[in-house]
Design a protein around this ligand. Sequence first.
Ligand code: AMP
Length: 522
Amino acid sequence: MKVALSVLDHIDRAAAVYGDRIGVVDEPDQPDREAASGAARPATSLGDLTYRRFAELAKAQAAGLDRLGVGVGDRVAIVSHNSARLLASFFGVCGSGRILVPINFRLNAKEIAYIVEHSGASVLWIDPELEDALAEVECANTFVLGRDDADIFVEGVAPQAWEPDEDATATINYTSGTTARPKGVQITHRNIWINAATFGWHAGVNDRDVYLHTLPMFHANGWGMPYAVTGMGGQHIVLRKVDGTEILRRVERHGVTLMCAAPAVLSAILDAIPDWEGETPGRDRVRVIAAGAPPPSRTIERIETELGWEMIQIYGLTETSPFLTMNRRRQEWDHLSAAERSQKLVRAGAPGIGVRMATDDEGEVLARSNVVMEGYWEQPDETAKAIRDGWFHTGDGGFIDDDSYLHIQDRKKDVIISGGENVSSIEVEDVLFRHPAVSEVAVIGVPDEKWGETVKALVVLNAGAEVTERELIDHCRDNLAHYKCPTSVEFRDELARTATGKLQKFKLRAPFWEGEERQVRG
Ligand code: AMP
């Protein structure tokens, strides 16, 4: 009989084979402050957990959902900084047949309310630090992690058994893309399993790995690492918030071997080096998997030479679970100089096992694989646009070279990637249009030293209307997460359009991108 693939395979193996091993180290951001805050705020961290204990926590979550009457296929939303409780939900929620909706904690209350409503979540778990900000988000069963643990984790009661179904949706990850509202990407148990296996093979994840969660876990299911590291019996080091010095400290304290990072995180680590006393940690030990946006070659070179960490670039999307291609042939490139090697490493990589990549006539990158999502939650038309003849259309522009390596050069879709977070231009334009002074608007991404790209609004005002740059930015801040808001607004008399009235974004972008080697930046 066929045995269905599911996330239970990962957690059950870890509990059985590595039960006594510390599987999860869940430290607060600033250990001293958490200790001093006493009863004022619930503890955000659970300390050290063996894999046996971690698996118990996941089961206790499932039992808690049983008690609430949450059925198989029902949605459970969670908004949290990285934490062991969030990590447990990848197994407790999904491993009991419910669907996990991990939400970006940087979104504002209105945006989160939309996702909770659109996904039809009947349960919402909130990080204690976000409780006040999210007070008005409505859901049938809202609990605060840490404070309401007795309701969330029902210990000592066996949860109802779930018969794994590999085609069942395990998670819905909302991602900003080509529409005004974020779309819910449905990832199945099979998608997760295959992504974790291939990512694990290509990155060489093993039971000696100590993995630092520098990436927000909500993002594309932590790029599959929650599953790959658990299944292999590696160790998770939870990091609640990104801070370059804290990353270096934890690399030293815990003997970290592996981490993932968007280019902005790599910059934060590099910025922390001048103030670091003594030798930086992890030389010839740490592997860094970079993606989310194209890391600049200079950043890659500096991580390799100044820290002695191995850089591995991957490419993928939330819609592809996310791993599609990986760039890792270090041994073969060892004889090259750092500068020559970084030219090789700047490519997005060769396809993983089971992934087929192609480009169409317009240079759009296409992928066909078992890691492609089931579809967009309750948006069949958007799904049909994205997956055509079995090929997923990534919206990225690039080419495949003679070695089968993918190069990403620009973006066909109207998305800006700032600090590794996707911003839909259309969503920002929509909000700006709602301002009474605005007649026309184009939102574009422009190069930025810190964030790779930053959001810029080009605005034509209604005749006689007056408004300042600051007022328009504040208007966006009332409606959108901070990272989506323009950092600058330029007032124009008109915007370049085609004969049919369509905005010519490439023309509007061009002056800002002059001299750049690619039309996208990380
Ligand atoms: P997300 O769904 O948030 O993971 O965003 C996916 C998008 O990030 C892709 O469509 C690309 O535009 C961008 N991206 C991810 N990895 C890379 C990479 N290695 N190089 C260039 N762009 C990337």
